[in-house]
Design a protein around this ligand. Structure first.
Ligand SMILES: [Zn+2]
Length: 223
């Protein structure tokens, strides 16, 4: 059941040390019924239950749930509408990825850890306009991510300038795993840049090799 899946995925956020307090949220979608399930707003990870997860229609009407959905829900809904292949979305302010987001710096591919999971630079979304910030802010955040023109199958993560990160997956669990991998990649990239400021990103051949041996048509990594 989607509520259990979304609940379990949310519990991984503090476990993977991607959030503190009530920060962050994970959602999932059932594409057959177009039902989105997301964490309730401000819910404590320690005490929330699977039953408290909020179910909504794609246009944001609460279908099932006593509590208010996460305030970031409109961003999630925009992304589900734009990308039919996304089954789960995760939003965090995980430390190193957010350091890049605050600096408005994309994360270049510096090594094969990055190349194993992301087929290129992790992009930064555009900044919001004054009108967007004062208006439907969360929905505009989703629109700005979509304007990045990223392909969630190839690069399932986008940095939101001065804010945090959104990651994607075929399932809520996959979106959280991508958030953890992104954080590790951001930590490595940060320290690489500290050690050597003028390092060049990985050449296309090695990037392609690593990405494709895991995800390409003829992938051979794993059992
Ligand atoms: Zn946020």
């Amino acid at each position: 059941m989607l509520k259990n899946e979304v609940y379990a995925a949310n519990l991984l956020l503090p476990k993977y040390e991607l959030v503190i307090f009530t920060w962050g949220n994970v959602s999932g979608i059932d594409r057959e019924t177009n039902t989105v399930v997301i964490k309730p707003s401000g819910a404590e990870y320690d005490t929330m239950s699977a039953a408290e997860m909020v179910a909504l229609t794609l246009d944001g009407k609460v279908a099932n749930g006593e509590l208010k959905p996460s305030s970031d829900t409109p961003a999630h809904l925009e992304l589900y509408k734009a990308y039919a292949q996304i089954g789960g979305i995760c939003h965090t302010h995980s430390r190193y990825a957010t350091v890049f987001a605050q600096a408005c710096m994309p994360i270049p591919v510096f090594g094969t850890t990055h190349a194993d999971y992301f087929n290129g630079t992790i992009p930064v979304a555009r900044e919001l306009t004054e009108a967007e910030i004062n208006g439907d802010y969360e929905k505009a955040t989703g629109r700005a991510i979509i304007d990045t023109n990223f392909d969630p199958a190839e690069i399932p993560a986008v940095l939101v300038p001065s804010h945090g990160v959104f990651t994607f997956g075929k399932t809520p669990l996959a979106a959280v795993e991508n958030a953890k991998i992104l954080e590790e990649v951001a930590l490595m990239a940060f320290h690489t840049l500290m050690l050597k400021r003028d390092i060049s990103p990985l050449g296309g051949t090695l990037l392609h090799k690593h990405y494709c041996r895991k995800h390409g048509k003829n992938a051979y990594y794993g059992q």
